[in-house]
Design a protein. Sequence first.
Length: 118
Amino acid sequence: MTTPVETAVRTYIEAAEARDKSKRDALLRACFVEDARFVTRSTVVRGHAALVAMFDAFYADPNNAGVKLTTRVDAVGSTFRYGSIVEFRDGRTAEFFDAGEIDADGKIVTMLVFAGPL
């Protein structure tokens, strides 16, 4: 049986991989709380509108080919972590490590995103 944290993460991964804007927007709304925080080393994106804008900008960039999960998802209790890559059209990739937490309703409250290998 799938746990709430596994459902939230799988929904987010599907959203991150979705090139179709309406599908991506609906999936982001389904898996994040309204005032979610998406934290990187250089910025904090807060709330659905900012998350949608971030993904819109990502997929509008002609250099970005997509996102792909590269590890298993480790999801226990209210926390999760996994590895992924961004694929570029010229064949390069960029490695990421993501971790986060869901709330009691099963939606992501905080996502921490680290670029590059550890």
